[in-house]
Design a protein around this ligand. Structure first.
Ligand SMILES: [Zn+2]
Length: 182
């Protein structure tokens, strides 16, 4: 059965166009030109941000996949960018917020399907202290930013599997998280 995994979706060598391009565990290897194409995990970042009432900032996705569902703010790390710089950049781009302090929270693997092809990510999550919410504004690839109290967060409203795992971990530890971000 064909899946969205690259091994079922990629048939030809991207370098020479050769058809003998088998997938062997973590990479494709072209038997015509010798080119190796690795399937690695892409780095992505997510942010846990609380307001003064200790409500969690969630965003609503504007685009597919999972348009309309809730997400944590964040995005892909650019080539040659640190995860810390990426989370500061994404939070500025999506929400017009400036992160003051960052604390590593967890990393969670994810499989993200777009146009019928799976991409693998490692979603690196930070607890982010924001000094002022005064200029918050939903921009870029989100339609709305909302603050939800822990007792009102419903995991079924959250799109990505990794985001559900991260939000569940936040819910399990929300009092401690609030203490760290105070
Ligand atoms: Zn080739």
């Amino acid at each position: 059965m064909s899946t969205t995994h690259p091994k079922d979706q990629i048939s030809y060598c991207p370098k020479c166009g050769g058809k003998k391009f088998p997938y062997a565990g973590k990479n494709f290897h072209c038997q015509d030109c010798g080119f190796t194409f690795y399937i690695n995990s892409s780095a992505a970042v997510a942010a846990i941000i609380l307001n003064e009432k200790n409500e969690l900032l969630l965003t609503r996705r504007k685009f597919e996949p999972m348009a309309g569902l809730l997400d944590l703010p964040g995005g892909f790390v650019d080539p040659m960018e640190s995860a810390e710089t990426a989370v500061r950049r994404e939070i500025k781009e999506e929400l017009n917020l400036e992160i003051d302090q960052l604390h590593f929270f967890c990393s969670v693997p994810n499989e993200y399907t777009f146009n019928g092809l799976s991409y693998f990510t490692t979603d690196i999550t930070f607890l982010c202290k924001v000094d002022s919410m005064e200029h918050i504004h939903a921009e870029d690839d989100i339609s709305e930013a909302l603050f939800i109290a822990p007792e009102n967060i419903r995991l079924e409203d959250i799109g990505a599997t990794s985001m559900k795992v991260i939000v569940q971990k936040y819910l399990d530890e929300h009092q401690n998280v609030a203490r760290i971000l105070r």
